[in-house]
Design a protein around this ligand. Structure first.
Ligand SMILES: Cc1ncc(COP(=O)(O)O)c(C=O)c1O
Length: 382
């Protein structure tokens, strides 16, 4: 079956008991044993739940993985994945990974004895230089937020394999619709399913997908032991969201392209970070490894324009963090999503105070462009 059909039907989305065309939400926390030798499949909802299992099987299939594990948030999923490592292990991480992941690693896992080196994953020589005898994995996001710097999954996975390291990819921004990192050589894929997979800004969720039974055993142990599981109700919302993933992303990408075409006509826009043209860094990698660039991008306004006035003058577009949902969201990274960074860290990361991030939704793009136009006009007034 094609990926588009799999989104809707795979694995079997119905209920064998009743013929219902979607799986039921099983709320039971415990399951009757047939006899003292044990239950048939499920015994306790933290350890396994049929509704959560339906979602896990669905995402495992879409990511071409061996198994998937659903957690109560993207951060809980990242915790569950990184907890496969042991005291004294060393991991290499991308310098521009999500700030919450950085916080989890530096303010939590370091206390438990994990060692870490942050590098620019676009540069294999930096990765090679960081590898030590105790290095176990490379963790990165193929497309960074908010600057959309591109790292090749294929290149990193080949390097990791050469040195016997795991490749762990946060695929939140591209989703399996645009990129399937396991097929490119990665070992573990992580999602903040709060974003594109669920798609409606109404559920927090995270998923870990693994490529083999060895990793499945280790992540399952963490899911069950840590207990940060996704509820059956939320698992059903994510499962349902995924069925329309391609439809939503197609519209979001088309809207993104139209908005970028519009922004290029405005002299106040000094930079657009969305590598969609051959002369832009990362374009070749995206062409080779991904079906598209997604619907998140950033742009800079000239220093003469009041950025705060611009974003506060929007009437349709919400001023909010997060991304990947049906509604368009705009934010100022230095004040919102990346507010914990010092001025020096912002400068190193290349995030200026004129940078704006737009997560494009599925609205009529002419309404979005009209909203951006009127807000730009207000912000440009002296
Ligand atoms: C790339 C990425 N990974 C992980 C997370 C964490 O996910 P959650 O907010 O669902 O815990 C986020 C949140 O914004 C993210 O952008």
């Amino acid at each position: 079956m094609s990926f588009l059909t799999d989104l809707v039907h795979s694995p079997y989305q119905g209920d064998h008991n009743t013929g219902a065309v979607v799986p039921p939400i099983y709320t039971a926390t415990t399951y009757a044993f047939k006899d003292v030798d044990g239950p048939e499949r499920f015994d306790y909802s933290r350890s396994g739940n049929p509704t959560r299992q339906a979602l896990e099987d669905q995402v495992a299939k879409l990511e071409a993985g061996h198994a998937a594990f659903a957690f109560a948030s993207g951060m809980a999923a990242i915790h569950g994945a990184l907890a496969i490592f042991e005291k004294g292990d060393h991991i290499i991480v991308g310098q521009q990974i999500y700030g919450g992941t950085f916080r989890l690693i530096y303010n939590y896992f370091l206390r438990w004895g994990l060692e870490v080196t942050a590098v620019d994953t676009r540069k294999p020589e930096e990765i090679r230089a960081a590898i030590r005898a105790n290095t176990k994995a490379i963790y990165f996001e193929p497309l960074t937020n908010p600057l959309l710097q591109v790292t090749s999954v294929k290149q990193i996975a080949a390097l990791a394999q050469k040195y016997g390291l795991l490749t762990i990819v946060d695929n939140t921004f591209l989703t399996p619709y645009l990129q399937q990192p396991l097929k490119l050589g990665a070992d573990i894929v992580i999602h903040s399913a709060t974003k594109y997979l669920a798609g409606h800004s109404d559920v927090s969720a995270g998923i870990v997908v693994v490529k083999d039974s060895y990793l499945a055993k280790r992540v399952y142990f963490n899911q069950n032991a840590l207990g940060g599981i996704l509820s059956p109700q939320d698992a059903n919302l994510v499962r349902r969201g995924i069925q329309t993933l391609a439809l939503r992303m197609d519209r979001q990408i088309a809207n993104t392209q139209a908005i970028i075409t519009f922004l290029k006509t405005r002299p106040e826009i000094t930079q657009i970070n969305y590598p969609y043209q051959p002369d832009q860094a990362g374009f070749d990698i995206i062409q080779a490894e991904s079906k598209g660039l997604g619907a998140l991008f950033s742009f800079e306004l000239a220093t003469s324009v009041d950025v705060a006035k611009f974003v506060s003058s929007l009437k349709l577009i919400n001023l909010a963090v997060s991304l990947g949902a049906v509604e368009t969201l705009i934010e100022l990274p230095y004040k919102m999503s990346h507010a914990e960074l010092s001025d020096a860290e912002l400068a190193t990361a290349g995030i200026s105070k004129q940078l704006i991030r737009l997560a494009v939704g599925i609205e009529d793009v002419q309404d979005l462009i009209a909203d951006l136009t009127q807000a730009l006009d207000i912000a440009c007034q002296k």
